[in-house]
Design a binder for this molecule. Structure first.
Ligand SMILES: Cc1cc2nc3c(=O)[nH]c(=O)nc-3n(C[C@H](O)[C@H](O)[C@H](O)COP(=O)(O)OP(=O)(O)OC[C@H]3O[C@@H](n4cnc5c(N)ncnc54)[C@H](O)[C@@H]3O)c2cc1C
Length: 261
C-alpha cells in the first residue's frame, strides 16, 4: 500500500505570546514542532504499513527549515520524505497550499492509495487543506477519522461525530484526516533519530511540478488578508466587599441579572 502523509511544521503555540504594544505574535525564540495531529496521521500510516505492508512517504510544503519536521517523521519510521520548497510557494492561502500539495501527489506518486492528513493545524486552524487537497485530486475524503481498517480494496473508517462514531466504507484512493483520539504517536529510538538526520530529504521546486508561478503562493491565493487584530483580553472585574454571605448573595444577584443562573 502506497501511503502519503501530509505534515505541516508549526510554531509551538504553547510558547507563542502576543506583543502588547504591536498586538502581533512574538515569533522569536518560538520552537517549531510537527503539527500534533499530523503525528497521529504518521502513526496511523505506520500501523497500516505494519498490518498490510507497503511504503509511507511524508510530504510538506514549507521553507527549507521544515526539513526538521520531515526528519522527525523519518525518525518515527517513515520511509521517504519530500520537501516542497520554492519562493513561488510562499504566501499561499489554503487553496494554493492544496493546489501545490495535490499537484505534487499526482506528479510524484501517481499510484498512491491513501493520503493522510491531520484534522487541523494548530496555527492556521482552518482544517481546510485536507478536504481541499482531496477535491483537487478528485478523490473521496473522510474527515475526523479515528480508526482505519483495510478491507481488500476498500477502507472501513470510523469517524468521530458529536455523540458517537460513524462507520464509513470508502474506496481507494482516498484522503482521510486523522484526529488525536486515533492513537498515541510512537517515540523514535535514538538509533532512528541518528539515521533520520543522515537520510535524504528530497527537495522539490515549482519547475519539478510543472506549475506556473501565478497558480501557487501569494499570486495563486484567492484569499486576501485585509487586516488582523488581537481581541482585547482585559475584563472589567468587580470586587465584592462584606462578609462571605453578603458576597455570595451579591454574586447570585449579578448572575441572575445576566440570566446565567
Ligand atoms: C492570504 C493568506 C496568506 C498567507 N500567507 C502565508 C505566508 O506567507 N506564510 C505562511 O506560512 N502561511 C501563510 N498563510 C497561511 C497558510 O495559508 C496556511 O498556514 C496553510 O494553507 C495551511 O492552512 P492551515 O494552517 O489552516 O492548515 P489546516 O487546513 O488546518 O491543516 C490541515 C492539515 O493539512 C495538512 N497541511 C496543512 N498545511 C500543510 C503544508 N504546508 N504542507 C503539508 N501539509 C499541510 C496537514 O496534514 C494539516 O494537519 C496565509 C494564509 C492566507 C489566507
Amino acid at each position: 500500500m502506497n501511503i502519503i502523509v501530509l505534515i505541516k511544521q508549526v510554531p509551538d503555540t504553547n510558547e507563542v505570546r502576543i506583543d502588547p504594544e504591536t498586538k502581533t505574535l512574538i515569533r522569536q525564540g518560538v520552537p517549531s514542532i510537527v503539527n500534533p495531529e499530523d503525528k497521529n496521521a504518521i502513526e496511523e500510516a505506520l500501523r497500516l504499513k505494519e498490518t498490510v505492508g507497503g511504503k509511507v512517504t511524508v510530504v510538506t510544503m514549507g521553507p527549507p527549515q521544515a526539513d526538521v519536521a520531515l526528519r522527525e517523521a523519518m525518525a518515527m519510521g517513515v520511509d521517504e520524505s519530500y520537501l516542497l520548497t520554492d519562493r513561488f510557494f510562499a504566501g499561499a492561502d489554503t487553496y494554493a497550499t492544496a493546489k501545490t500539495l495535490s499537484t505534487a501527489i499526482r506528479h510524484l506518486f501517481p499510484d498512491f492509495d491513501i493520503v493522510l492528513c491531520g484534522r487541523q493545524a494548530i496555527d492556521g486552524d482552518t482544517a481546510q487543506v485536507g478536504p481541499q487537497t482531496a477535491e483537487q485530486l478528485g478523490i473521496p475524503q473522510v474527515t475526523y477519522v479515528s480508526r482505519i481498517e483495510v478491507n481488500d480494496t476498500r477502507l472501513l473508517v470510523s469517524r468521530v461525530i458529536e455523540d458517537g462514531y460513524e462507520v464509513i466504507e470508502v474506496g481507494m484512493p482516498a484522503l482521510l484526516t486523522i484526529v488525536k483520539e486515533a492513537n498515541k504517536p510512537r517515540y523514535p529510538s535514538i538509533k532512528r533519530i541518528f539515521e533520520a538526520y543522515n537520510a535524504e530529504v528530497r527537495s522539490v521546486g515549482i519547475n519539478d511540478l510543472g506549475l506556473d508561478g501565478n497558480e501557487v503562493g501569494l499570486k495563486g491565493s484567492p484569499t486576501k488578508v485585509v487586516s488582523t487584530e488581537t481581541p482585547d483580553t482585559h475584563r472589567s472585574g468587580e470586587v465584592f466587599s462584606g462578609n462571605p454571605k453578603e458576597c455570595a448573595d451579591l454574586l447570585i444577584q449579578r448572575l441572575k441579572i445576566r440570566h446565567l443562573i
